[in-house]
Ligand binder design. Structure first.
Ligand SMILES: C[S@@+](CC[C@H](N)C(=O)[O-])C[C@H]1O[C@@H](n2cnc3c(N)ncnc32)[C@H](O)[C@@H]1O
Length: 1006
């Protein structure tokens, strides 16, 4: 009797009811669905015109806990079509609503290209995480309906879509990168899960992997390396037109005949596993999806197609990993120009290689080759040069000759494969399809010990070990003329620099990086930690290889694009000294003139915030020992990335746009105009005295009004004796207590010879207090209550005194220093510690805190008396200026506020007048009063029409109940919101204004 949809469903209903009502049911509820579902699947296949015998559903009975493995994989005529995941009846078929384990499982499985979810009652079909059609449900309850179950609408269509699924071939490289990355991630997760379950095959493979390639690889790292290697191996096989469906074993063998290294990698990684099929969900999906890829159609023969493939891949696969491995791939516009500049230099008489990169004497290494962009650009440059010089017909032989001299190292098999694909495609084109040489590309850790060929290497790994050995031989024996590239960036990379960082303790080989450690007597040890960055390790490796390791052959060029820390950072002084002593010319191109946190559209690498530079360091044959290199500098223009590329196109080494950098072996690689920071005097250089602000040790002695302080004092007085101590808040370790007597008072304040506990007098009259920048409060000036009052500040205080508050860590926003007229708190700058510099060292202002010798020097220099106040104001005009904090942001990271001094008297006076206004504003019109200069006494006010006001309906609540916990801002109405009240006419600049992160308006409230 032939099947109908009705009969298939009735059979399913009957079988499910029997199973679920069985009183001796064993296993999970979803297990009861399995047998009825398998029959239903075959019945529905038949109704979709597919022979029952052609369909196989392979089940995973005992593995309900797996997150990466659905219950069934379904094949039709041995080709994988998709997967089925069954859930306990009642859970539904919408995985987006799942929780806990089911949710975590869905997050992994959603990358599958064709997947049915069902709890018996409902069915849904998902392709690459998207629901196909809608969720289909029975009207009846399957637990009770039995043979009366009726087919819901859409069920057959759903299964038809499932059975007839064919992978849709991606149409471009980006799409391919996305699909591949998703499946690669599933493969990685499957490896992690299988290793946790104790898979012997994977565990021993991981062991071999560690022995050979990455000794420190965790299981997760192995899983990642494994998944990428297999995925890219399969991709490469497809690129070579090798079919995968005939078996991974065979594909690996075929691949090995065209690419021994990748073939071996694929073979060893998938061997053994094939039989056990332990990674089948992802591997089978990969095979099915990649087999559909039409490589030629995607690449259209254009090697550039692959340019961003690996970056696109990493973004979907694991963006964190991309950041960790520093994998940002250089735009061709930058690479081509770096190659062009190196070519120009080789042709210069100082090197005398008229053919530049095409010269047979030049060996080029890219030590972090990624996807091979530099190698491609070098090949193209050579082709272009010889074609220009000798005609197109000479290109094939020149490229074949060049292949012997171009060397690439890369650690990760993923980008390595892409590099091979790209370069091979280019070489085929440049040699008219007939390369006679193979590529010299190696999977190796560039920073690893060049002597380390040893160790146990299983037979299967031979080609990979061979790659490392060959790379080591190059590292040891082959002189190199040019090292070019974009090495990875990763700070705090202590322990990740291999041999370059640690040497080989067994053979007593010192670490090359040691040569760049600043000597102790330079006293910059705290900055030396910045040397522990991957890009510095690569700089050291390159200089070791080109300049140090082959003394008889030590001229050459290094051209890297990297972050720019080493150009001026204090920790890199020994590195700069080495470069100046070793090279004869160094060119620096500042690629990030846009300052701190530049806009994304201005960046050369969109994902990299740090300043970037291109540095070309050369030691020609003409280098004279003892003469320091000349360092030249130019910056790309501010603004859009495209403008920077265009400017880069125009740069030549012989051009006249270069500025000479500062001299001195350790000086920053910056022109005089830019690198002066370290030559500016620090604030401490100008003043006799700087000290801490007042440290009360308890906040109750400070309040925004006198009344509160009065009440607190009374509460303390009236408290029973055993409660007084608690209200007082002593800290111990030498702090005041209620019982302690103090024999003196703060200058100008009444003396009380009683302990606080005994004192029945009124509170010592509060005085105004500089609690924070722009936050004036009151303090009880009673020495018995203040832990460390800094008596000097009280002694020198007067109505003419001015305090300069500085932070003790790098300022980040707006004023780098602030000014006060009130005795300042310890944390007055922005609540986080700092120093206080008073203007006067006496209350009668007879003694200036500015060093007399310095004032004399200024007066002499400007040929006129410079007043103490004027110099104080000059600092305000320059250092309390937001432009200062912004411009010197990088420099300020090295603690210490430095003050640029102008030689121009007019400019000095301009800064003084600006600074007086700043001090007048900072001190709320208490200081630098001069009505004729529009600085009248008293609170500075805006013109009436610009003033913030509180309208009638904005009345600010003043009962504790109505007072909100926080205040807010409505930008569209320019209103400051305080509970039910508000202040009108508050510009956003006011609301957002902050002193190095401390938002002032908010601070007034909290
Ligand atoms: C910033 S990317 C640059 C890639 C390529 N040069 C470009 O510009 O497109 C750095 C590359 O260095 C590789 N890498 C990181 N550490 C390495 C090491 N120790 N040895 C060799 N390659 C390494 C990374 O895998 C990555 O592909």
């Amino acid at each position: 009797m032939s099947i109908t949809l009705q009969s298939a469903i009735a059979t399913f209903g009957k079988a499910v009811k029997e199973k679920l009502s069985n009183p001796v049911m064993t296993g999970q509820p979803e297990d009861q669905l399995r047998a009825p579902f398998e029959t239903l699947l075959l019945d529905l296949a038949e109704l979709c015109q597919i022979k029952r015998d052609d369909v196989t559903a392979v089940g995973e009975s005992a593995l309900t806990e797996l997150k990466t493995r659905p219950d069934y994989s379904v094949t039709v005529r041995n080709a994988l079509v998709g997967f089925v995941e069954l859930k306990a009846p009642g859970k539904g078929a919408n995985p987006k609503r799942f929780k806990g384990h089911d949710k975590a499982q869905w997050q992994k499985l959603q990358t599958l290209p064709n997947l049915i979810y069902s709890d018996g009652n409902s069915f849904s079909l998902w392709q690459n995480g998207e629901l196909v059609g809608s969720i289909v449900s029975f009207d009846e309850d399957i637990e009770t309906a039995g043979k009366n179950l009726t087919p819901p609408q859409g069920l057959l269509d759903l299964f038809q879509s499932f059975f007839l699924w064919e992978p849709i071939p991606p149409t471009n490289a980006q799409e391919l990168a996305r699909i591949t990355a998703n499946l690669c991630r599933l493969l990685r997760d499957e490896v992690v899960e299988q290793m946790a379950l104790g898979s012997e095959a994977l565990t021993s493979l991981a062991e071999d992997w560690r022995n050979l390639l990455f000794p420190d690889a965790t299981d997760e790292k192995f899983a990642d390396g494994y998944a990428q290697a297999v995925t890219f191996g399969l991709l490469m096989a497809r690129a070579k037109n090798i079919e995968l469906a005939t078996g991974l074993d065979r594909a690996a063998r075929d691949l090995k005949s065209v690419n021994s290294l990748m073939g071996t990698a694929l073979r060893l990684l998938t061997d053994n596993l094939d039989d056990e099929a332990i990674l089948k969900t992802s591997l089978n999906s990969l095979v099915r999806v990649l087999d559909a890829v039409d490589w030629e159609q995607i690449s259209k023969g254009d090697p550039e197609t692959w340019l961003y493939f690996y970056e696109d891949f990493l973004e979907v696969y694991d963006n964190k990993l991309r950041k960790e491995t520093g994998s940002y791939y250089t735009p061709p516009a930058v690479v081509e120009n770096m190659v062009r500049l190196v070519d120009e230099l080789l042709k210069d008489p100082s090197f005398g290689l008229q053919e530049g990169l095409a010269s047979s004497a030049v060996t080029v290494v890219d030590p972090a080759t990624g996807t091979g962009t530099y190698m491609l650009a070098v090949l193209k440059k050579i082709a272009e040069s010889v074609s220009d010089d000798y005609g197109e017909g000479s290109v094939t032989s020149a490229i074949n000759a060049a292949l012997k001299r171009l060397i690439a190292f890369e650690l990760q098999l993923g980008p390595f494969t892409v590099a091979q694909l790209r370069i091979l495609a280019e070489v085929l084109e440049l040699t008219n399809g007939s390369p006679t040489e193979s590529l010299r590309m190696f999977v190796t850790d560039t920073l690893g010990d060049p002597e380390d060929d040893q160790g146990w290497i299983p037979q299967m790994f031979a080609p990979i070990a061979e790659s490392r050995r060959a790379a080591n031989q190059i590292k040891r024996e082959e002189p190199v003329t040019v090292v070019i590239g974009n090495p990875p960036y990763k700070d705090k990379a202590k322990g990740r620099g291999g041999w370059v960082e640690s040497g080989n303790p067994q053979t007593d080989t010192p670490a090359p990086l040691d040569d760049w450690q600043p000597p102790k007597n330079w006293k910059i040890g705290t900055h030396a930690k910045h040397l522990r960055n991957l890009y510095i390790y690569f700089w050291r490796w390159a200089t070791w290889k080109v300049f140090d390791h082959h003394p008889e052959n030590n001229s050459g060029i290094i051209c890297f694009i990297t972050v720019a820390g080493f150009i001026a950072g204090p920790g890199f002084q020994r590195m700069r000294q080495y470069l100046r002593e070793t090279c004869d010319n160094i060119w620096v191109i500042d690629c990030s003139p846009d300052g701190h946190q530049p806009g994304v559209n201005t960046r050369i690498f969109q994902g990299v915030q740090q300043p970037i530079c291109i540095v070309l360091a050369s030691r020609s044959k003409k280098k004279q020992d003892g003469r320091l290199a000349q360092v030249k500098f130019q910056a790309l223009p501010l603004g859009a990335r495209e403008d920077k590329f265009a400017a880069l196109d125009r740069i030549t080494l012989s051009g006249d746009a270069w500025e000479d950098c500062m001299e001195g072996s350790r000086a920053p690689f910056l022109p005089e105009s830019e690198g002066k920071w370290s030559t500016y005097p620090t604030l401490n250089d100008f003043f006799n005295y700087d000290g801490s602000g007042v440290m009360p040790g308890r906040t109750w002695v400070i309040a925004p009004d006198i009344e509160s302080l009065d009440k607190r004092w009374q509460a303390l007085q009236n408290a029973p004796i055993d409660k007084k101590e608690e209200l007082f808040h002593p800290h111990g370790s030498g702090d005041r207590t209620v019982a302690k007597k103090i024999s003196d008072s703060l200058a100008g304040q009444p003396q009380r010879n009683l302990s606080v506990a005994e004192d029945k007098n009124d509170v010592v009259t509060p005085v105004k207090y500089g609690y924070r920048s722009f936050d004036r409060q009151w303090i009880i000036p009673d020495k018995r209550l203040i832990n460390r009052p800094n008596p000097k500040l009280w002694e020198w205080h007067s109505d003419n005194q001015i305090y300069l508050a500085t932070p003790d860590r790098p300022p980040t926003d707006n004023c780098a220093v602030t000014y006060m007229s009130l005795i300042p708190d310890l944390n007055s700058y922005n609540g986080r510690g700092g120093r206080i510099i008073p203007l006067w060292q006496t209350a009668d202002c007879s003694d200036s805190n500015v060093k007399q010798a310095f004032l004399d020097f200024l007066s002499n220099f400007y040929e006129g008396e410079i007043a103490t106040e004027d110099f104080f104001a000059y600092i305000a005009g320059v250092v309390a200026n937001p432009a200062y904090t912004e411009r010197f942001q990088e420099d300020l990271q090295t603690p210490g506020i430095r003050v640029p001094l102008t030689a121009d008297l007019k400019l000095f006076q301009e800064a003084v007048s600006l600074g007086k206004r700043v001090i007048w504003l900072h001190t709320f019109g208490d200081r630098m009063i001069d009505a004729s200069a529009d600085r009248p006494a008293g609170n500075p006010r805006l013109p009436k029409e610009e003033r913030p006001t509180i309208p009638r309906d904005g009345t600010i609540p003043n009962t504790p109940e109505e007072m909100p916990d926080d205040i807010g801002y409505d930008a569209s109405k320019r209103r400051l919101l305080v509970g039910s009240g508000f202040v009108e006419n508050v510009p956003p600049e006011v609301w957002h204004y902050n002193v190095s992160g401390k938002q002032i308006v908010k601070q007034w409230f909290v």
